[in-house]
Write a protein that binds this ligand. Sequence first.
Ligand code: GLN
Length: 273
Amino acid sequence: MTIAQALAAAAALGLERLDAQLLLLHALGRAHSERAWLLAHDTNLLAPDAHARYLRLCERRAGGEPLAYLTGRKEFFGLELDVDARVLVPRADTETLVEWALEILGPQATVVDLGTGSGAIALALKKHRPGARVEAVDQSAAALEVAAANARALALDVVFRQASWLAGATPKYNLIVSNPPYVAAADPHLAALSHEPLSALAAGPDGLADIRAIVAQAPAHLAPGGWLLLEHGWDQAEAARGLLAATGFHQVATRRDLAGIERCSGGKWLELG
Ligand code: GLN
């Protein structure tokens, strides 16, 4: 089978062309950046072992496994992260949260990322604020293994801790950030995410259970003038702003992601918690 035929076979399985190209490069042991190589060599024959690897990957993709789990890699905010089924796949939507956090984060600030998963947010912040003290918390020991391995591979000094949200946290943070689970438990959208950890996605009947917990815990752990920034679902901005304001946060605001969806809300804490 030629490269052109292999890509056509993936299309017949319903795969997007870009996914098929990236899986083929992966099966061939080539970098993701080599899509032009595929186009230039589309009459090359695939070796039987590469062909078999590729078809298996295509079948798994057709079965709904995220591309990032099949290649084991995901780019986030310019960082190459290793990911697998122990962690949620970092989404481009979450870069909105990182951009907002970087506007707030001073060079020597103290920040914590709650529910860090692959470490995406914490590592992006440390990369851009090397002088900041960056902590990352997750309840899942398995997720922390993935995050710590990413930190080692990227030589970024992030302090990891296993905990539920702010339980046991001692510092007063200048910034608390989180992309918590926020999908309602009965949301039909969860079916499409069944390969990812449910504990990273679902949050009670209205999807706000974890956001409520974090907003309630944050004031006691923020330095005066510190900020809490949270990612949330497309229809949760008003509820998130309401929770922040009712808890006593100031300058409560929402930011949109690149798709124009209200994606993060946050506020500033003025008093000592
Ligand atoms: N953005 C994800 C999705 O709906 C959910 C991530 C989360 O719950 N934090 O696909």
